[in-house]
Write a protein that binds this ligand. Sequence first.
Ligand code: SAH
Length: 213
Amino acid sequence: MKDTHKHQGLRKQLATVLEAKGITDQKVLEAVRKIPRHLFIDSSFEAHAYQDKAFPIAAEQTISQPYTVAFQSQTLEVKTDDKVLEIGTGSGYQTAVLLEMGAEVYSIERQHELFKKTSLFLPKLGYRAKKLIFGDGYKGLPEIAPFDKIIVTAGAPFVPKPLLSQLKVGGKLLIPVGDHTQIMTLFIRKSAKEFEKHELGDFAFVPMLEEKN
Ligand code: SAH
């Protein structure tokens, strides 16, 4: 678990690349400069850790592209002490970004291998989520709801109703919707029954899967 000056330099460059692509939120850019992304991926890919690319992690899943993580984090306008639910913990990199932004994070992962691995790994770097949960993100987390923000980091074939209903009024759900490619979709809860919807462009994610039997 080494983090060198070289890694730090590569992270600064990555933050500059993300800025050039339109990321302006200083809290997001600071998180990218700080979090040792090379430690979140298989060491055989270490040389590529600071390119703006997605990479394979365990259980046939991927660590999202840095731009995607930055775009989702910026779009959610995460504020200190926001209660945030993440669906798809994966490597924990997005979780770490949310924690650096000052959020209280609850994160759900349905692959047990990844859940175990990331639960052990994040605290080693000093990242403490409120709770990492092994379970099905389609259900959200009714016992902890309502949330200020909900972020889905897998491609959802449809918008799960429980996620909309677990938002505070004024809260935001950011979810990539679609089968092969996804449209990044932002829902803002205006009242108990009203949601404003914004479509924010095309992205590609691994699929959000139904619970295993
Ligand atoms: N945020 C992660 C992205 C990982 S890819 C990162 O930064 O590394 C998406 C993750 O969503 C995968 O780990 C996948 O196992 C998980 N996933 C897919 N369907 C899910 C579901 N229904 N509930 C919870 N997690 C799910």
